[in-house]
Design a protein around this ligand. Structure first.
Ligand code: NAD
Length: 467
């Protein structure tokens, strides 16, 4: 499979392609164009040229286009899901690629229904003050490899809905599903409104070039903290608007009143959704000593029954790690930590990029698997006796994306939630995001929020008109 970029509504090939590997087999999943700066310039020029007409559409007209995009995502879901599975590794089944395609359609539908009408701030004998939300212009979207289609939709739809035009660049590990999707979406959008480019990040790094491009007004970036910092620094010269959704090292705190068997499934999926390759997955688990052994046992018992394999196999519920660098990181963190604790499950690499679900008890802050974001299938469990110590340990991180508290006493859990330094706290679950609920991180987990009306606002500048 060799897929083109889409620039100004047309399919564009680069002089060279790069191979995208299927992490389940190690075999090629397809070829993507290794775009150059000239392709970025062409895509930005097309988006810039499309902007005046697109932003001048009425709100209803733009909603009509976004609704057509929603319908198109629904139509092509079954075609794109296997492409996504073969480049990302996540199974077709379970919380995998079909789920991701359905989520993308649902998210787009809700976001399309939102609008940001003009607000009158004052209207009296003295003056009339109107506050308008205006599109920024060309939005550059840079996406990661863990939820490539869903995150692209999270970026694209609010940008388009508010009247911006878009240049999208997927991760070199997972460009194929995005290239295919944007090709389809161009069937229902005017030329130039949504463009996609791709590159290998080795011989060509268009993400870096986008961050400093003079004709891009905003970057929406989802990825690592290190790259987020680079985007921020490169964007300073042109004073780009930024939304940065970066890494997390989310803590979950289990209180002594839980029923371990009851919470095991929620804890498991909190930790291991998408094999743990999720920004807001549960990455450190603090459990009270009274229920510690029982929670460890219940989690291990649940984890043993989850089938892992090639995602194209309908039986698989979890797949391989997406790429070698990520695999090596998980292996290193487990290796550096396992002698400090007790390996309850897994603990050593499998074949190829398959890494078994790994649960290590008796670790502490200071152990690498606790301190660093693993972004993979290994969870450290930490015993605590004093809730103040657990809260302090949870907050002892430079990141602050999400957190969770597990208890039968919702009010007690909420009181602890208020003490956690993070953008979202879940009670008795972890990691669920919703199209109407703002989502973002504090500290180094990012700047700004996505989703809902608050997320939509991030794609606009305010203009006040006083008469
Ligand atoms: P990454 O930072 O390596 O790459 C993200 C994107 O940035 C890719 O498209 C990449 O090609 C591009 N890029 C590379 N160099 C660049 C540069 N110099 N300037 C601009 N862009 C550049 O991240 P990743 O490994 O793809 O994703 C995993 C990370 O993303 C994890 O740390 C995870 O926590 C984070 N993440 C965060 C969220 C969130 O919503 N907060 C969601 C998903 C993933």
């Amino acid at each position: 499979m060799q897929l083109p970029m889409v620039i100004d509504g047309k399919e564009v090939h680069a002089a060279f392609t790069f191979t995208v590997n299927n992490p389940a087999t190690g075999m090629p999943a397809g070829e993507a164009p290794n775009g150059e700066v000239e392709h970025l310039d062409a895509a930005v020029a097309a988006a810039k040229a499309a902007f005046p007409a697109w932003s001048a559409l009425s709100d209803e007209e733009r909603k009509g286009y976004c609704d057509a995009v929603v319908a198109k995502i629904g139509e092509v879901g079954d075609e794109i899901a296997p492409i996504l599975t073969q480049e990302q590794g996540k199974p077709l089944n379970g919380i995998g690629s079909r789920f991701e395609m359905q989520g993308a359609a649902g998210w787009a539908a809700y976001t399309s229904s939102l609008s940001l009408p003009m607000k009158v701030l004052q209207d009296d004998n003295e003056m009339k003050v109107e506050m308008h939300r205006k599109p920024i212009g060309v939005v550059g979207s840079i996406t990661p490899w863990n939820w490539p289609v869903l995150i692209a939709i999270w970026h694209i739809i609010p940008a388009l809905r508010t009247g911006n035009t878009v240049v999208l660049k997927p991760s070199p590990y997972t460009p194929l599903s995005t290239l295919r999707l944007v090709r389809h979406l161009n069937d229902v959008l005017p030329a130039g409104v949504l463009n996609v480019i791709s590159c290998d990040d080795i011989t060509s790094n268009l993400g870096a070039a986008m961050s400093e491009h003079p004709d891009i007004g905003k970057i929406i970036f989802t990825g690592s903290i290190d790259t987020g910092k680079k985007v921020m620094m490169s964007g300073a010269e042109t004073m780009k608007r930024l939304t940065l959704e970066l890494s997390g090292n989310d803590a979950g705190i289990v209180l002594p009143d839980v029923d371990p068997a009851e919470i095991a499934e929620g804890l498991f999926w909190g930790c291991f959704i998408n094999l743990g390759q999720t920004c807001a997955a549960l990455k450190r688990l603090y459990v009270h000593e009274d229920v510690y052994d029982a929670v460890c046992e219940a989690l291990v018992a649940f984890a043993r029954n989850i089938p892992m394999g090639d995602g194209m196999d309908e039986e698989s519920i979890l797949g391989p790690v997406n790429n070698k660098a990520q695999f090596d990181k998980v292996a290193r963190l487990v290796e550096e930590s396992k002698d400090h604790g007790r390996v309850l499950l897994g603990g050593a690499p499998g074949e190829g990029l398959f890494y078994p679900i790994t649960i290590i008890a008796d670790l502490n802050n200071g152990d690498p698997l606790v301190d660093e974001e693993q972004f993979g299938p290994a969870i450290p469990i930490i015993k605590y006796s004093d809730i103040d110590d657990a809260v302090a340990a949870a907050n002892d991180s430079q990141t602050g994306l999400g957190g969770s508290v597990w208890s039968k006493d919702i009010e007690a859990a909420k009181a602890i939630a208020a003490r956690l330094e993070c953008g979202t706290v879940w009670i008795n679950s972890h990691g669920g995001v919703h199209p109407h609920v703002p989502f973002g991180g504090v500290k180094k987990s990012g700047i700004g929020v996505e989703f809902g009306e608050e997320g939509l606002k991030e794609y606009t500048d305010i203009q006040v008109v006083i008469s």
